[in-house]
Design a protein around this ligand. Structure first.
Ligand SMILES: [Zn+2]
Ligand SMILES: [Zn+2]
Length: 88
């Protein structure tokens, strides 16, 4: 998901709940707030191109601006999903 990285750029997040944390590829849908991870396509909650709410979740290309993925902190992701992001 290097395209998404190019979009998001910031590797450190300033989470309102957890403070500054390194971004580990965890995202949520801006529309329905559903959490996803982008690190491991075989693990749970891997981000699909389209969210289950029907919006485009991941940018189709570097130039693409229409996508709903927003970076969230990995601690928030664990709290939302009960699973750790990325490689198990
Ligand atoms: Zn959604
Ligand atoms: Zn957080």
């Amino acid at each position: 998901m290097s395209n998404l990285r190019d979009h998001l750029r910031q590797r450190a997040l300033d989470c309102a709940t957890h403070g500054k944390t390194p971004w580990t590829g965890t995202i949520c849908c801006a529309r329905c707030k559903k959490p996803y991870q982008t690190e491991d396509s075989k693990a749970q909650h891997y981000a699909p191109a389209e969210c289950s709410c029907g919006v485009t979740l991941m940018p189709a290309s570097k130039q693409s601006k229409k996508f709903s993925a927003r970076a969230i902190c990995s601690t928030c992701f664990v709290g939302l999903t009960g699973t750790r992001p990325g490689k198990a």
